[in-house]
Design a binder for this molecule. Structure first.
Ligand SMILES: [Zn+2]
Length: 350
């Protein structure tokens, strides 16, 4: 009898330990759009010679070209990283024969994950869209919004309200998305306990950080991680700092560096979180570099940098990948951007 009870207890405790350990890891994917080494370095020198990326455990480099061009756009690069296929510029969530492909967010969702997307562009912009939509052209914003409405993503935050409620087909997606609570302020977003919340932060593109964009990306990330934790399932969270790219296109160091510093503060928030959670992986990378940015002068003590740009567009230089947390070592090395998907797929499916 005692032996039997003991056997039962040991079996039970083994089972408990195993079920705790087999909880799928959380994934936090962070993309700095247009964030090459010069953007990171400029942000760092503008910020007392410090970047939170110094806290990452591993560093790698990825090749960014698309299937059609040496110089990728955000649609093709987003699709490569989200879904593991090289596609043509402008194409979102499809291979170069326009066959829809499954994204890592969708893979995670099918595995029972909760999901979230937070961006500083419109929510229908190419990078976030590549995680939940399939369209031949990234500029089909209304179609992308319709697909978001059906995606089942738990929490999404970004601009672009017009693509939901001022559409050419006269549909009002906000009314159609009955299972969602739509927040109209950071407080309402924070305080609502619904498991599906949309927060459209602006009618069109959100404004530039240095012109006063609120709420801040770190505050949105902090409250979204809390919400995802409250759902008590593993989660996949995509965070995109979209406007580092826009600063590069405009050859505007003030725009580029202020976005970079906000992204850096967001990285700090995420690292503070994973310091206390060894079942979360964070991967921080870029879709491509923008502007061929260089640092041509400055003053370290005054946190000032001088930038020059060789292009008003993207460049084909490799971009860095930083990783920390659960199985982060898988992301070191030099590889193609499609491997970001493959490595994440392997980790969530083991
Ligand atoms: Zn761009």
């Amino acid at each position: 009898m005692i032996k039997k009870t003991l056997f039962l207890l040991i079996t039970l405790s083994c089972f408990t330990v195993q079920s705790q350990n087999s909880k799928k890891p959380n994934i936090i994917m962070m993309i700095g759009d247009g964030m090459g080494l010069s953007q990171i370095s400029s942000g760092m020198y503008s910020n007392n010679n410090y970047t939170s990326l110094e806290r990452s455990k591993y560093v790698g480099l990825i090749k960014t070209h698309s299937s059609s061009n040496l110089i990728t756009d955000s649609a093709a690069a987003g699709t490569a990283m989200s879904s593991g296929v090289k596609t043509k510029n402008r194409v979102v969530g499809m291979d170069d024969n326009y066959k829809p492909v499954k994204s890592i967010l969708e893979v995670c969702k099918d595995l029972g994950y909760s999901t979230g997307i937070i961006v500083t562009s419109t929510i229908v912009h190419a990078t976030p869209a590549s995680y939940y939509s399939k369209v031949k052209s990234r500029y089909q914003y209304e179609d992308i919004a319709s697909q978001l409405a059906k995606s089942g993503i738990n929490f999404f935050v970004g601009g672009g309200e017009r693509y939901f409620n001022n559409r050419s087909d006269n549909r009002n997606l906000l009314a159609e998305m009955e299972d969602y609570f739509f927040a109209t302020s950071i407080d309402k977003y924070k305080n609502n306990n619904s498991n599906k919340i949309g927060y459209l932060t602006s009618y069109d593109d959100p404004i530039e950080k240095h012109k006063g964009r609120e709420p801040s990306l770190p505050s949105l990330v902090e409250s979204t991680i809390q919400k995802l934790e409250n759902l008590d399932k593993p989660f996949f969270l995509l965070i995109e700092s979209a406007q580092i790219d826009w600063g590069g296109h405009d050859k505007d160091p003030k725009h580029m560096n202020s976005e970079m510093i906000e992204f850096d503060n967001t990285i700090k928030t995420v690292f503070d979180y994973i310091d206390n959670d060894d079942n979360t992986l964070v991967v921080i990378t870029a879709d491509h570099e923008t502007g061929g940015a260089a640092i041509t002068g400055g003053d370290l003590l005054k946190s000032k940098v001088k930038n020059k740009f060789v292009s008003g567009s993207h460049t084909a230089t490799m971009v860095p990948v930083f990783s920390s947390g659960y199985k982060a070592h898988n992301f070191k090395g030099v590889y193609d951007n499609t491997e970001i998907f493959n490595k994440l797929f392997e980790i969530v499916n083991q």
